[in-house]
Design a protein around this ligand. Structure first.
Ligand SMILES: Cc1ncc(COP(=O)(O)O)c(C=O)c1O
Length: 423
């Protein structure tokens, strides 16, 4: 965790200089709390690692797309990697221009592609021949040339902690199979409204070890050589995101130095500029989810800690069996082995199973750690629960950046009086 993000001062857990108990009292629970300086530190760490090559960090905003976080990264000079028209809208709201945007994703709709062309995004990352043809047709209709990159699937073995976050292996829905790249490069020459500006890849998420990148980069360079031999004037290579952060005790940290060295060497060999798409690495450890213990329960020989936060607030344990550290805000005597569960009517609604924890009682505050990435962005209204508030801490100040939803918000889009239509 970046130094100073969530220190314990006189027994009380803080976010930078602000006691988390003060935030819980002011804003209520559950709420996400982010450390601005820790996000800055992670961004700078990457920017420095790549300082010697022309590069741009396009934050993968699916990890955390709250406007205040995006504005903070915009101020630092980041661009964004988007995967939907909604993310493009958010990026604009946060101050990003089209040139700051690369557009990824395997299923872009015509409406989204049109919006991206109108915004003059820097790159549309193409994932299939069918998508390429669609982009070409839409660009032609608008009388523009779409700048595209081909996302290749380098087909390397990736050792991620959960199968759902692998993307760069053979047989995944992502990317263009290596064998098809030459044919698609030739096809681009027949499409005057498309200009091939780059080649890219994304190997998966939570990759701690540099081996997959070591294996994949030569394949990317080879594809670059093939495209150049076909006469394409490339400008950039995109290595995606995927740098790991530690969640559980003993989890490895990403080897940023080795990763950066490998990528820098490939960038120098290519003579292109580099696009990076990190998400989790920049924000995951910069966030905690604050929750209050509602009840202690003992049933069938087991202890349960029932919290006011649930799977709808943080999906990762239910979706990926993900581990998140859980610590009390105030030091608590004794320990208990318990399941930490939320109020949602699903047995998948847990944050920890049979975990040794401080013996917290009802009313205690807990911080669920490493929840700055894929936390709030995956939150839902399941069980008609309002989504939590989000708070940003910067040194000794804090501000609500997203209000807690209200019950009225839950039904805002629903119609009281139905306007029936017939076929
Ligand atoms: C195309 C692409 N780029 C970047 C990312 C960000 O990955 P991470 O948050 O692991 O850095 C993802 C994650 O799914 C992705 O699909």
């Amino acid at each position: 965790m970046p130094v100073g993000a969530f220190p314990r001062v006189d027994g009380a857990l803080h976010a930078e200089g602000v006691p988390l108990g003060v935030i819980a009292a002011a804003v209520g629970t559950p709420c996400y709390v982010y450390s601005a300086n820790s996000i800055r530190a992670r961004y700078q760490q990457l920017a420095q690692a790549f300082a010697s090559v022309p590069h741009r960090i396009h934050f993968a905003m699916k990890a955390n797309s709250s406007l205040a976080i995006l504005r903070l990264l915009h101020e630092l000079g980041a661009g964004v990697d988007i995967v939907s028209g909604g993310e493009l809208y958010r990026a604009h709201e946060a101050g990003f221009a089209g040139v700051d945007v690369v557009f990824s994703g395997v299923g872009k709709t015509a409406r989204e592609i049109d919006a991206a062309l109108d915004a003059r995004v820097q790159l549309i990352n193409i994932e299939s021949e069918a998508e390429l043809v669609t982009v070409a047709a839409l660009a032609r209709r608008r009388g523009v040339v779409a700048p595209v990159a081909l996302r290749i699937n380098p087909e390397v073995t990736v050792d991620t902690p959960h199968a759902y976050i692998k993307t760069g292996e053979k047989g995944q829905k992502f990317g263009i199979p290596r064998d098809d790249v030459e044919r698609i490069g030739a096809l681009i020459h027949e499409l005057p409204n498309v200009a091939l500006r780059g080649l890219g890849m994304h190997l998966g998420s939570q990759i701690a070890n540099a081996d997959p990148m070591r294996e994949a980069l030569p394949r990317l360079l080879q594809a670059i050589a093939v495209m150049r031999a076909q006469g394409h004037e490339l400008q950039c290579m995109d290595v995606g995101g995927g740098l790991a952060v530690p969640y559980a005790p003993g989890d490895p940290e990403a080897d940023v130095d080795e990763y950066a060295r490998l990528v820098r060497d490939a960038v120098s060999a290519s003579g292109l500029s580099l696009v990076l798409e990190p998400g989790r690495f920049i924000v995951a450890e910069s966030g905690v989810l604050l929750t209050e213990v509602l009840y202690r329960k003992h049933a069938a020989g087991k202890d349960f800690v029932v919290t006011d936060a649930a799977m709808n607030d943080l999906m990762r344990p239910a979706l990926y069996q993900a581990y998140h550290g859980i610590v009390p805000i105030n030091i608590t005597e004794g320990t208990v082995i318990a399941d930490v569960v939320g109020p949602v009517c699903e047995s998948g609604d847990f944050y920890a199973k049979q975990r040794e924890l401080p013996d917290v009682q009802a009313g205690a505050l807990l911080a669920v750690l490493t929840t700055g990435a894929y936390g709030y962005t995956m939150a839902s209204n399941y069980n008609s629960r309002t989504r939590p508030a989000e708070v940003l801490v910067d040194a000794d100040r804090f501000a609500v950046i997203t209000e807690r939803e209200r019950y009225e918000d839950l039904v805002r889009l629903e119609r009281a009086h139905l306007q029936w239509r017939t076929a």
